[in-house]
Design a protein around this ligand. Structure first.
Ligand SMILES: [Zn+2]
Length: 537
């Protein structure tokens, strides 16, 4: 097989490697790291050479929480992402509907801040799509907008109760207004026609190439299972693995259905173990279950220990604690890790309590993690390290954008500001950190996320005050978490540039350690290599 030399490089492996400017690769593995003459001696005559021109060479980035399947579906549907006015939304929906013969108009990506707190209305959407049912998800995929035909098709009226895991926005008479929060989306979404798996697979393949272009060589598809108007993406991935077209290292987390009851826990665990086994045999490691415990702060569906500011509501908890405390130990005992979605401090505590209820021997066989961790009560911070629970953080969110100042900070109040995205405290308390994007919620470009992790300031608003400056992590820690930390969490080899490691790496156009932190976001990936093969650049 091929040999490759990368020279004129600044090499990062858990930190900058002093006295090394060259990387030697043979047969898909790193065989030498050092000075050029030392490396050439090991590699021999190299048919291919990449001049890194003084740029930082890092292990391939690993996105520990991403939704390529959702992105693929969004592209097939009416796409409202980036629409900044109601007029633009109206125009896009009308144009899409006029060009579509489909029995349902489905789409998403609308910006919730363009609408009042009660969300958009069915009457508004009826004017855009009068002839058939329509369902449009919001940009966070935590809410949906239905027209009257869609509400009628699902049989929703004033007599329909809210599901335990969601909320139907209503008018003064209790009739559904058109906005459906969290689990209430499913009341309509379950009626959507099944998508064409080949088209979804093609979309995932296209997006995986965009990840590679950004320097991301591995990732976790954060939910393999039907939910919120999206199908199970497992078959699309298996198709790409069977035909050999997928180049990065994909893993997945098996979705825990939201209608799971205590009686169904054992059967679900059996199903998940079977699924994980067959997926692994096909090349899709997925010995992880995805457990979504709450919603998001902005719609007051995140589960909080203390009520939202100016209200007596504490948000939603999607599963009873008794079920969680049975499911989590059962999954760990069966060899499956648990990837929890927890935004609010109460959801984080419920997850930690469930891990604490798991015998240590079972817990240590797997890598459990809690993703998003927007709010953590200070007393729970040390429990991550104590319970071997990794913090799966989405660093791009850890800043006070205009949107955050408008929609997030007012509902949590000043006293909880210090609980926000406490990555620095977690690192100081010895928690294992992994990073990811939650794309399409936010950019999958690792350098954008790392910029925020280090500066706590949005790249687009350099003059904004840092959000909790004490909770910043340094550049070394951030890159290490986005490479080695995430790889370790997902069970992928790599994450370090050293002899014997798989040659998965990314070359940046500069060395961001040389410039000011305020310029980290300008770093661009120029070459990506997976298993010794240049896949981009
Ligand atoms: Zn997610």
């Amino acid at each position: 097989m091929s040999a490759l030399i990368v020279d004129n490089a600044v090499i990062f492996s858990g930190g900058i490697v002093p006295d090394a400017d060259t990387l030697g690769i043979r047969d898909g593995l790193i065989v030498a790291v050092g000075r050029r003459d030392e490396v050439e001696e090991v590699v021999g005559r190299a048919p291919e050479r990449i001049d890194a021109r003084g740029g930082l060479v890092t292990p391939g980035f690993v996105d520990a929480h991403v939704h390529l399947g959702v992105g693929a579906m969004d592209a097939l549907r009416c796409d409202l992402a980036g629409a900044t006015t109601l007029a633009e939304i109206d125009e896009r929906v009308r144009t899409f509907a006029a060009g579509s013969a489909a029995p349902w108009i489905v789409g998403g990506g609308w910006d919730p801040t363009l609408f009042p707190a009660t969300g958009p209305t069915a009457a508004h959407l009826d004017r855009l799509v009068p002839d058939r049912p329509a369902l449009l998800l919001d940009a966070d995929h935590h809410g949906a907008w239905a027209n009257s035909a869609a509400l009628a098709a699902a049989g929703l009226d004033a007599s329909t109760p809210d599901p335990a895991d969601g909320r139907i926005e209503r008018d003064a008479e209790g009739r559904p207004r058109g906005a459906l929060r969290e689990g209430a989306m499913q009341l309509v979404a379950r009626l959507l026609p099944a998508p064409d798996i080949a088209a979804v697979a093609a979309g995932i393949l296209r997006l995986s190439r965009e990840l590679l272009a950004a320097g991301v060589t591995g990732w976790q598809e954060a939910a393999l299972g039907a939910y919120g108007g999206f199908p199970d993406f497992t078959d699309a991935y298996l198709q790409l693995l069977t035909d050999g077209s997928l180049r990065g290292r994909a893993t997945g987390a098996i979705w825990v259905p939201r209608d799971l009851t205590l009686d169904g826990v054992d059967a679900f665990i059996t199903h998940a173990v079977d699924r994980a086994r067959s997926n692994a045999a096909a090349g899709l490691p997925s010995s992880t279950a995805k457990l979504m415990l709450d919603g998001i702060v902005e719609t007051r569906t995140a589960h909080l220990l203390e009520p939202y500011e100016g209200s007596d509501e504490r948000g939603l908890s999607y599963f009873p604690p008794a079920l969680v405390r049975r499911l989590v130990p059962g999954l760990n005992a069966a060899g499956l890790a648990v990837h929890v979605h927890a935004i609010g401090d109460a959801a984080v505590r419920d997850a930690l309590d469930a891990f604490a209820a798991t015998p240590e021997a079972a817990r240590r066989r797997v890598r459990n993690h809690i993703a998003h961790i927007q709010l953590i009560h200070p007393s729970d911070v040390p429990r991550f390290a104590d319970l071997d629970v990794s913090a799966n953080a989405q660093p791009f969110w850890a800043c006070a954008t205009a949107l955050t100042r408008q929609t997030t900070l007012p509902v949590i109040g000043d006293k909880r500001r210090d609980e926000l995205y406490v990555f620095g405290s977690l690192a100081r308390a010895g928690a294992a950190l992994a990073l990811g994007s939650d794309w399409p919620v936010s950019t999958f470009d690792p350098w954008q996320g790392i910029h925020v992790a280090v500066t706590r300031t949005p790249p687009s608003e350099p003059d904004a005050a840092p959000l909790g400056a004490d909770e910043a992590i340094d550049l070394r820690t951030a890159i290490d978490a986005y490479t080695r930390g995430s790889a370790r969490l997902l069970g992928l080899a790599g994450g370090r540039l050293e002899p014997g490691a798989p040659a998965d790496f990314a070359i940046a156009d500069r060395n961001p350690f040389d410039g000011p932190a305020t310029g980290i976001h300008e770093t661009k990936n120029i070459v990506t290599v997976v298993a010794g093969e240049r896949v981009w650049g």
